[in-house]
Ligand binder design. Structure first.
Ligand SMILES: NC(=O)c1ccc[n+]([C@@H]2O[C@H](COP(=O)([O-])OP(=O)(O)OC[C@H]3O[C@@H](n4cnc5c(N)ncnc54)[C@H](OP(=O)(O)O)[C@@H]3O)[C@@H](O)[C@H]2O)c1
Length: 325
């Protein structure tokens, strides 16, 4: 079913300079990442895997940042079959534990001179009610808090690069949240898996755009951008019962394969057309699939500065990670 739908996606009119045969390679065509270092979180599978693979093929040294060493090794072995121009290494990163994030970043800084690209891709969707090791609702904790802390810890290296980039991967589901409910970030209210996922993804966008504003305010050349992949067959749906999932897929006219879901992230990470605060998604119907274009899946809450400032202060206070400066 995935492949059929995906073929359908390729047959619709293309409007963003790519054509029906375009691949991840075309999105980063002509872009040589030799000598650059990238971290992709959640790179062992799905969209993160395809993002890391394309960056490796374009010459980058890519850190495949995963919580499971065995899965990371397997992913790297598979990526190496493509004989990319870059290099690959494992980074052990559990985004559900602030101390583990601090350790990952400290190790990275000890062993690397530079960081050019940080792709905040890892995510969890609709798990049973649960918390991170630090007590946050799991989706909010992994999808937003973990990446906030990670970005802050790595900021000292990121800011040294001219035109370095942070790409935060969000979701069209962010539009189902009007705001972050600060009275329900630690499962204080009856659990609603959909609602909590939407809030975590809105928080990610508010983070990306607030980081952009803060970087501009201090004259930094580091770019903070965001992307969403559309609707993609991956392990993300692992917590949804099969019958519910089957019914849910019927709501979508097209469902992409993971490599296509990686296109907006890759565009945001590498295109010279991108500026700080941009948000890219697929250009097809309801932004479910297609080739990278500025996303219109916005309600206004994403760029609400008052909400974003409140979220930033909350995250700084709870993580103890203060940046940028
Ligand atoms: N698929 C879609 O239709 C869709 C739509 C909109 C947005 N997105 C977003 O796209 C991004 C990639 O998702 P995907 O579809 O590729 O899903 P996926 O195949 O399930 O990949 C998610 C990745 O995140 C990792 N991860 C989960 N919890 C983690 C933790 N505590 N610490 C470190 N890594 C963790 C997973 O590791 P394990 O394999 O070890 O669990 C996996 O590598 C996510 O941010 C997701 O919200 C996806």
């Amino acid at each position: 079913m995935g492949q059929d739908n995906y073929q359908g996606a390729l047959q619709r009119p293309i409007g963003s300079g790519f054509n029906a045969e375009s691949t991840t390679g075309d999105v980063i065509k002509g872009i040589d990442l030799t000598g650059k270092t990238a971290i992709v979180t959640g790179a062992n599978t799905g969209i993160g895997y395809e993002t890391a693979l394309a960056l490796y093929e374009a010459g980058a040294n890519v850190v495949v940042a995963c919580r499971d060493e065995g899965k990371a090794k397997q992913a790297i072995e598979k990526m190496q079959l493509s004989e990319g121009k870059g290099s690959l290494e494992i980074g052990i990163l559990n985004l559900a534990n602030l101390e583990a994030i601090r350790t990952f970043a400290a190790d990275f800084k000890n062993n690397h001179q530079r960081l050019d690209l940080l792709i905040n891709n890892a995510g969890v969707m609709m798990p049973p009610a649960s918390k991170t090791d630090d007590g946050f609702e799991l989706q909010f904790g992994v999808n937003f808090i973990g990446h906030f802390a990670l970005t802050g810890h790595l900021y000292p290296l990121l800011k040294e690069r001219k035109n370095g980039r942070v790409v935060t991967v969000s979701s069209g589901a962010s539009t189902f949240a009007k705001e972050v409910d600060f009275d329900n970030l630690k499962l204080e209210k009856p659990y609603d898996a959909n609602r909590e996922y939407a809030v975590s993804k809105l928080a990610g966008l508010q983070f990306a755009f607030e980081l952009d504003r803060r970087l501009k305010a201090i004259g930094s050349s580091l770019l903070s951008t965001a992307s969403h992949p559309g609707v993609v067959y991956t392990d993300l749906q692992r917590h949804i019962p099969e019958d519910e999932l089957k019914a849910a897929w019927k709501n979508f006219s097209t469902v992409s394969d993971p490599w296509q879901g990686a296109l907006p992230s890759l565009f945001a990470a590498t295109s010279e057309a991108v500026t700080g605060g941009d948000y890219y998604g697929p250009d097809g119907e309801r932004e479910q699939s297609g080739y990278p274009a500025p996303s219109q899946l916005l309600t206004g809450a994403e760029r609400d500065e008052e909400q974003a400032r409140k979220l930033w202060h909350y995250a700084q206070e709870k993580t103890g990670v203060i940046f940028p400066s």
